[in-house]
Design a protein around this ligand. Structure first.
Ligand code: GLU
Length: 405
């Protein structure tokens, strides 16, 4: 801002000319190119990228919903991608449950597992060769290197540094191995990981939080004798990618324009931008949505209701319209008189006016919405109402003894 004021003082340009002038600050041009509604002017391609290490919960339903709504509102596409790179933590059956739960909520994907699409496969475990070839490209361009260090060496290095009170990290010992020797050792079957040579973690313009990051270097200690680096691992010794590599490669190849995800991923975004830069690709726009907290400001966890959404459905008889409406209001603000929206209505009014502060989850609101949607459904009648009566009866029968019913 200060820089911009200086620029204005030195070279005054009228507002209209400023929009067309190459002298104007890039921030001003970028801001003026954003339509006022907070929506992109082009159709957005968004994605929901869950790992099948758990089920759909309130937080992930909201992430899926915001991505879905942004795509629908702009006439774009909503993709589903299964990020199953962590095979050890994969829960059998979780993928199928994710499909069922998303479909129950009405969030049908345009491209993804079961429906296909031009940029598949949409399950990361089926794309390993693509990640390996991109890791090799980065090695060839000097942005990544093979690291043959054993786990024992890395542990010893970190133990020493810990005892000396120094920051932990990697000393880049393998960076100095020549390209020929590195290729030869790999060809002979010596185990290795591929690390990104991370010299810079750039700042990025977040759709919700604005300029974000610290423009920090990957170097943790400047003295020559004691350098350590982040140099994160891109490809593991079993040949499988880490989340960062697979996520960036896929978002690029699947032509994702907007990544809406929880703030817990915000710390990884500068690394992702560094990766886009290394590949010389244009990054998508990132928008991080605020944390969900309870009335005491505590992050929602399994204990205080960030539970599998099937519990709301099967235990409480919550209907999809009510839960989707509830999730939409968690961090998104609108100027309409009423808070009651169907999914179809949300598709027409959604925008990126997302709040920065934590979103407090108050379940009274869910019950208010449940009542409003149930009343609407009853007034409309038909099969949707019959199914509501059937489901409500089932829930009621589980809760109360027959004579009381
Ligand atoms: N697989 C990550 C997750 O489980 C995706 C994060 C992202 O959207 O980039 O949430």
């Amino acid at each position: 801002m200060r820089q911009y004021r200086t620029l204005v003082r030195r070279t005054w340009i009228c507002v209209q000319c400023r929009a067309n002038s190459s002298v104007a600050s890039p921030n001003v041009l970028r801001a003026s190119s954003k339509p006022k509604s907070g929506l992109p002017s082009e159709p957005a391609r968004t994605r929901f990228a869950p790992s099948p290490t758990g089920y759909l919960h309130l937080g992930s339903l909201r992430t899926a919903l915001f991505n879905y709504l942004l795509a629908k509102r702009t006439g774009g596409q909503f993709l589903l991608r299964i990020e199953d790179t962590d095979q050890k933590r994969t829960i059998p059956g979780a993928e199928e449950r994710l499909y069922e739960d998303l479909q129950w909520a009405g969030l049908q994907w345009d491209e993804g597992p079961n429906v296909g699409g031009p940029y598949g496969p949409y399950r990361q475990s089926e794309r390993t060769a693509l990640y390996q070839s991109h890791a090799n490209d980065l090695i060839a361009s000097g942005h990544a290197y093979r690291c043959f260090c054993s786990v024992e060496r890395l542990d010893a290095l970190n133990r020493q540094r810990n005892q000396a009170g120094l920051p932990l990290g990697y000393d880049r010992a393998c960076f100095d191995i020549s390209a020929e020797e590195s290729a030869e050792r790999a060809a002979k079957g010596e185990p290795f990981v591929v690390r990104l040579k991370a010299d810079q973690y750039p700042m990025f313009d977040d759709l919700v939080y604005g300029k974000t990051g610290q423009n920090r270097t990957g170097k943790k200690q400047l003295e020559l004798i004691d350098r350590v680096y982040d140099d994160p691992i891109l490809l593991k010794s079993d040949g499988h990618p880490t989340y960062h590599l697979a996520n960036v490669v896929d978002d690029h190849h699947m032509k994702i324009t907007h990544v809406i995800r929880g703030t817990e991923w915000m710390a990884s975004t500068p690394l992702h931008v560094a990766l886009y830069n290394a590949f010389q690709w244009t990054p998508p726009q990132f928008g991080h949505v605020p944390l969900l907290v309870d009335r005491n400001g505590q992050k929602l966890s399994k204990r205080n209701a960030d539970i599998d959404i099937s519990i709301f459905r099967d235990r409480d008889g919550i209907i999809p319209d009510a839960l989707v409406n509830f999730a939409a209001l968690l961090g998104w603000s609108h100027t309409h008189k009423s808070d009651v929206f169907t999914l179809a209505e949300l598709e027409n009014i959604f925008n990126l006016k997302i709040t920065k502060g934590n979103a407090t989850v108050v379940f009274d609101k869910l019950w208010f919405l449940q009542k409003a949607h149930a009343q609407r459904c009853a007034a409309e009648g038909g099969p949707a109402f019959e199914s509501l009566v059937e489901r409500t009866t089932k829930v009621a029968e589980q809760k109360w003894p027959q004579e009381q019913l």
